[in-house]
Design a protein around this ligand. Structure first.
Ligand code: ATP
Length: 270
């Protein structure tokens, strides 16, 4: 079986506010899959329904494998020490502690501190370690790098890649498009209770169309033009400059970022 998880027609209401209007998607085994959307789009609600932490009104969720869930920031007692939490989780799960994993996440270096004394990055690493204690097949990470500095972020990205290399399926939410772009195989974009895009980054580029950006530096200032046909657009622009006697100094052609595509998609759905 190549599918780690299937969500079929998931609906969730908070009172008379319908947050998920019957969303469906699959996540393949070994994939890093991101759920994206603006604040309040329903990303956490989706994850929590799948994780079994939240009741839902309709739909079928099928999970093929053991789940590991990264805790939210206030989930542990303030005075617990990281290794005590690790031992507790290992006991609950009836598993041996994976020392290599703890060393990789530098949990062994946090021996003296209590939970409330840890930085955001240290807490995130501990939460990831706790999620990995039971050696899960499918890992859920809700905004794993929010509030982390650049170094901690890069280190967490490396951990996520290593987990993928070990065959884990990872489902995450994030507001950081650059992060999603480098880490994820596929994305689902939630908007207004529906999935408005499901697929790879390349497929998103194709759907949005204008996936190239041409920046032209002239003696009269810079122009930035979005296009899906670089040669035609460039020829027209150059002809136009020539007619007006404008001198072209430099031309840069780049592919649109996921951030630009995301904004464009949200704009179309408003
Ligand atoms: N327990 C709750 N009771 C009532 N409404 C809720 C509850 N939890 C979330 N909501 C509402 O459901 C919607 C989706 O919330 P959710 O936290 O899933 O969004 P999100 O996409 O994760 O947002 P963010 O990016 O801000 O974390 C929001 O409008 C939120 O106000």
């Amino acid at each position: 079986m190549n599918i780690a998880m299937t969500i079929d027609n998931l609906q969730k209401n908070y009172g008379n506010h319908t947050v998920l209007k019957g969303i469906s998607f699959d996540v393949k085994k070994g994939e890093v899959f991101a759920i994206l959307g603006v604040n309040g789009a329903g990303k956490t609600t989706t994850l929590e329904c799948i994780e079994g932490l939240r009741k839902y009104d309709q739909g079928v969720i099928t999970i093929n494998g053991k789940m590991g869930i990264q805790l939210q920031s206030s989930s542990l007692p303030e005075h617990i020490k990281p290794m005590e939490a690790v031992q507790l989780f290992a006991k609950w799960n009836k598993v041996k502690i994976d020392q290599v994993m703890l060393t990789t996440l530098c949990i062994d270096k946090l021996a003296k501190q209590q939970y409330f004394q840890l930085s955001t990055g240290q807490k995130r690493r501990l939460h990831l370690a706790l999620a990995l204690i039971s050696n899960p097949d499918i890992l859920f990470l809700d905004e794993p790098t929010a509030g982390l500095d650049v170094e901690a972020r890069i280190s967490l990205h490396a951990q996520i890649r290593k987990l993928k290399d070990r065959g884990k399926t990872i489902i995450l939410t994030s507001h950081d498009m650059a992060e999603v772009e480098i880490l994820c195989d596929r994305i689902a974009i939630l908007n207004n209770g529906n999935i408005v895009f499901l697929g790879t980054f390349e497929e998103l580029r194709k759907k949005i169309g204008k996936h190239y950006s041409i920046k032209i530096e002239t003696n009269q200032g810079n122009d930035i033009v979005e296009t899906d046909n670089v040669s035609d657009t460039l020829l027209k622009l150059l002809e136009n400059y020539k007619q007006k006697g404008i001198l072209v100094l430099d031309i840069t052609i780049s592919r649109g970022t996921l951030e630009q595509h995301f904004i464009e998609l949200a704009r179309r759905n408003l």
